[in-house]
Design a protein around this ligand. Structure first.
Ligand SMILES: *[C@@H]1O[C@H](CO)[C@@H](O)[C@H](O)[C@H]1NC(C)=O
Length: 340
């Protein structure tokens, strides 16, 4: 239905066809390696790459430790931006948070044509950035290993992401009734906080869910006018993550579940196709990607895209280094106690 709608729009509107581009590139912000041991790397799970590629786009890594000059040069070539999931809270790593903040400013300065998507920690990044200055935008939820159907809000009916007139009927039905959305988070945004802090910033709550204790969190949101979307669940998980990775939460691999998650990536890439940004040349694109992305199939059967930090950039940020030194200290103390 979605495809049919796009094709008929193309048929009646030559102007629109000129605005749709064949090979959009989505920039994916890398996440700092938490092992705190050299060689320091940044990474994202390759499920995010596959999720984007299945809809016809390509991926360029945006290294979390990029200089602002390099970022300013890369950004105008990207058709969309993705903040992936990851461990901890958005502000735990200074360099990561600062690059995310800069991207957030850039998409807003950019006449609001570049889609920004947040998944899980990326959703929490949305909340932290738009709720800036407010304490406790995020609160604790018991929602790890939890597969749920989405509870659509009244506002979702007129939304971009979940309007029943644009989402294929079967996908809408699946999302709203089946346990297809995989939750893997211990933080979230309560409905009260959303209304108080994020709604005044132009964000709209599209779906809500309950955690194991019955506490309600906002599970999907979008910006009222700009193409900015975030989900607390994992639309890349159903097709590309294994049971091992998520413990007990087997991502729903039914035909319906997979189709619903494919719809999500088609939507994001569809938004990215609407702007005319492009790399200067294929070589310019390759210069960003080649030698950076390395598909590393881990023992859990999931592959991870490892983005290796080169040369003088291979330094861990101060906060992480301090945490590592402290952890080693505690370990040595415990060892000393055991030996007494
Ligand atoms: C979804 O999972 C819950 C348990 O977490 C279960 O009680 C419920 O019946 C499931 N719903 C569907 C439609 O499978």
């Amino acid at each position: 239905m979605f495809r049919a709608a796009v094709l008929s729009a193309l048929a009646v509107s030559p102007a629109l066809s000129q605005q749709l581009f064949d090979q959009p590139v989505i920039g994916v912000l890398t996440f700092p390696d938490s092992s705190m041991l050299p060689p320091y790397t940044s990474f994202f799970d390759s499920s995010y790459v596959k999720w984007i590629e299945q809809s016809g786009a390509r991926v360029a890594p945006i290294r979390f430790d990029m200089s602002s000059e390099d970022l300013a040069a890369l950004f105008p070539q990207l058709n969309g931006i993705l903040f992936t999931g990851g461990a901890g809270m958005p502000e735990d790593n200074d360099a990561y948070f600062s690059t995310a903040s800069r991207l957030w400013e850039l998409v807003q300065e950019d006449s609001e044509t570049v889609p920004l998507w947040g998944t899980c920690l990326g959703f929490e990044m949305f909340a932290t950035l738009w709720g800036k200055g407010e304490d406790n935008v995020l609160s604790d939820f018991d929602a790890e290993n939890l597969a749920l159907p989405l509870g659509f809000t009244a506002d979702s009916k007129s939304s971009k992401l979940f309007s029943p007139s644009t989402v294929p009927e079967d996908v809408y039905e699946t999302l709203g009734t089946q346990n297809v959305t995989t939750n893997w988070h211990t933080y979230g945004v309560s409905v009260d906080t959303f209304e108080k802090v994020l709604a005044p910033q132009g964000l709209v709550a599209l779906t809500t869910n309950e955690d194991r204790e019955g506490k309600v969190f906002v599970s999907s949101m979008e910006h009222e006018s700009a193409p900015f979307y975030a989900v607390q669940w994992h639309p890349e998980s159903n097709q590309f993550d294994t049971t091992d990775k998520h413990g007990d939460a087997t991502p729903d691999r039914s035909v319906e579940g997979v189709a619903a998650m494919q719809y999500m990536s088609h939507f994001l890439v569809g938004e990215a196709r609407k702007n005319a940004k492009t790399f200067e040349s294929e070589d310019a694109f390759k210069a960003i990607v080649l030698g950076q992305l390395q598909d590393d199939v881990a023992t859990d059967g999931c592959s991870t895209m490892v983005v290796t930090l080169s040369g003088d950039r291979a330094q861990v940020d101060e906060k992480t280094a301090a945490a590592f030194i402290q952890a080693v200290g505690v370990y040595l103390e415990e060892l000393a106690m055991m030996m007494v």
